[in-house]
Design a protein around this ligand. Sequence first.
Ligand code: NAD
Length: 481
Amino acid sequence: MLIDGKLVEAEGGSVFDNINPTTEESLGQVANGSASDMANAVAAARNAFDNTSWATDTELRKRCLDQLQAALESEQEELRQELVAEVGAPIALTYGPHLDAPLKHAITWPREMIDKFEWSRSLGPADALGWGMQTERVVWKEPKGVVGAIVPWNFPAELTLTKLGPILAMGNTCVLKPAPDTPFNATRIGRLIAEKTEIPPGVVNVVPSRDHAVGEVLTRSPDVDMIAFTGSTATGRRIMEAAASTIKDVFLELGGKSALVVLDDAPLEEVLATAAMACIHGGQACAQASRLLVPRNKYDEAVEICKTSFENWKYGDPSVFENMQGPQINQTQQQRIIGLFDSAREQGATTVFGGGIPAHLEKGFFVEPTLFANVTNDMRIAQEEVFGPVLCVIAHDGDDDAVRIANDSTYGLSGGIHSGDLDRALAVARRIRTGTLSVNGGIWYGADAPFGGYKSSGIGRQCGIEGLEIFTETKLVGWPV
Ligand code: NAD
């Protein structure tokens, strides 16, 4: 662990195994942080915020972020292999969203923004109360303070870096709590910070733990000013409840149940040729569209095209470049997914492809890429986040009906629309209540692009200007002109 600038063991030398989901074998051990380790990390972060120049010295922050970037790049290949091993991340994806893409932008963009961010803005003089006193009013943006950053296992390095970049650039200190299933990338980042940067002790602390309750220390501590959380909606809800006791700010990136809407003028063959991409990374991506909405009069044709795409889909060992789907993260997830597949069949869905655990893969928490037809939007498989390799094909009766079905979800994270007419697609996009939307296959993602959800998919935005602002407080000062 990294606490107060030192690489330390957990209290009492406690450790836990990090399991490779492909081989089911231990990759090695990691410090099993306790509640008191977490309390020490919070105290270190508090002290670093209150008693060092980190919050105010932008030159120091820029230098440190450059050092962190160089340090990360120096172990890029080790990070890559580690993500394949501990996450089961398809290696091809490490050249994009899992690693190389965030390594390019997640730290460098917020670092650049230190000089461009509007830290101060004048509202101009005013006699607001009508007392004849002209007052100059200025808004200052200041760091929030100590941020508890809690990350899940699905894109651990990406999510860690997209939190660390803005948190540090804006002048905050933090305690990072990685997910128990994927701790190595975080402890590596912690070691790089300790060994290869001048980031002052306590500014970043990394506390892995097998016990989710250790994360709760962060959410309840009066010394933590904000929680930045990515994970499930259920945990997000618990975090919000815990944070209420100290009126802590929460930023929540939660689950999704996104719909890909195909309008009747879209080139069906072209759009659905890649339908099996719903299974990328075993469907363990929050913004992945898992509901496919196609025109009712083209339903059978659409299912046939999807089926061909699934038949050509390659999955298995994540270190093989062609495999875009590796294992699920653990056995619990694997079994949960199979349970949801069973419920789909019980509720009347038809299994067109897959639907179970692959017999040919003896080891690993694999699930077959799965295509369900005859799905209606009220089924559990269409309402609950599966986080598995599945696509559900649902019929719609035109644009209004497609919008209704897409919005008939407690989630509101992402989705997509395909149409031969861009204006028509954009009109539909206006009506779908989600935080991001891809139109005709466009990719919206980026360190400069605000990402987050409506409804139960979260609160606030990560990345972009919005994602910098969430890590700041607003102070208003006024003086007589
Ligand atoms: P999870 O909610 O089980 O755990 C996420 C993190 O929270 C882990 O580090 C865990 O140890 C910690 N945690 C658990 N209970 C806690 C508590 N009571 N207090 C503090 N911390 C606690 O999520 P997961 O299963 O690891 O990840 C999958 C989920 O994450 C999916 O629902 C997915 O949609 C979501 N996700 C969302 C986004 C997004 O940006 N919206 C991105 C990736 C993943």
